[in-house]
Design a protein around this ligand. Structure first.
Ligand SMILES: [Zn+2]
Length: 273
């Protein structure tokens, strides 16, 4: 079949990342909720001692309201939100964190390197909305774990997209069966050749860890790479006898990660330095 091997990253995609007029969500595992706007999404992981939000979409109160409303809509209690774990220091992921701190007093997690990067390199220097607007409670690094109740998130340093980007592996459950989910934190490769080489090194490292930990669930924080909106729509309408579309199998996870290589090779083919 003539399928695309990578998404077409257009200017329109970047515009849509700031569009807070529309959100969608689905409970994709017993303990995992996904909430998305048109291009960017976050996750909420349920533990027996509260909820962990992973990434926070865009710095907009509308994104915050959408995440909280989605939590309530599936019958979870937003007052149980305890932690905000960030993949990297870009505004479309640090997002609406300040409201989580204000309203729920969450602990926040990011690498020290990306905390500095976030402060010094706003996504839009002319738009104060994207400037760093809250503090990080815990700086995390490769090999760390974040535990709340019965759940542990494993932290991996995967620089490339940003200098201190992180990726995560954590268990999720469906009908009593545990699966291992992987979230590659910084979706697109950087523009420079040396940056892409670092990104590819991080990707190889992360895929190896994912294989070791028997990851069989592929997650993304940008919907363009994984048919994200379609997967959410499917999950919302999914019948009990239909498969969970996020469970791709151990080989399937490796296949899925080819998209990040395809995006990298395209840049290497066109980059001068
Ligand atoms: Zn980013």
């Amino acid at each position: 079949m003539n399928l695309l091997d990578k998404p077409i990253i257009s200017k329109e995609i970047f515009k849509r990342m700031e569009d807070m007029s529309w959100f969608i969500h689905a409970r994709i595992f017993d303990d995992l909720l996904i909430v998305a706007q048109k291009e960017t999404n976050c996750f909420v992981l349920k533990t027996d001692d509260g909820l962990i939000v992973i990434d926070a979409i865009w710095p907009s109160k509308k994104a915050f309201d959408a995440i909280v409303n989605a939590v309530e809509a599936i019958g979870w209690n937003s007052n149980d939100i305890r932690k905000l774990v960030l993949t990297h220091g870009h505004a479309d992921h640090t997002g609406c964190g300040k409201w989580f701190i204000e309203q729920y007093g969450v602990d926040t997690y990011l690498s020290k390197v990306d905390d500095i990067f976030w402060e010094k390199n706003p996504v839009k220097p002319n738009n104060p909305e994207t400037w760093k607007d809250y503090d990080i409670s815990f700086f995390i690094k490769d090999g760390d774990t974040i535990t709340l109740g019965d759940k542990t998130i494993f932290v991996f340093s995967t620089p490339g997209h940003t200098p201190g980007g992180l990726s995560y592996i954590f268990p999720v459950t469906e009908d009593g069966n545990t699966h291992m989910a992987a979230l590659w934190g910084g979706t697109t490769p950087p523009r420079s050749k040396s940056g892409v080489m670092q990104y590819l090194k991080s990707l190889d490292f992360f895929v190896k860890k994912a294989v070791d930990m028997r990851v069989d669930v592929a997650l993304s924080n940008h919907t363009a790479v994984d048919n994200g909106i379609e997967r959410i729509r499917y999950s919302k309408a999914r019948m009990s006898y239909m498969p969970n579309i996020y469970i791709v199998g151990e080989d399937g996870f490796k296949t899925y990660c080819k998209v990040f290589k395809s995006l990298s090779y395209e840049i290497l083919a066109n980059a001068d330095t």
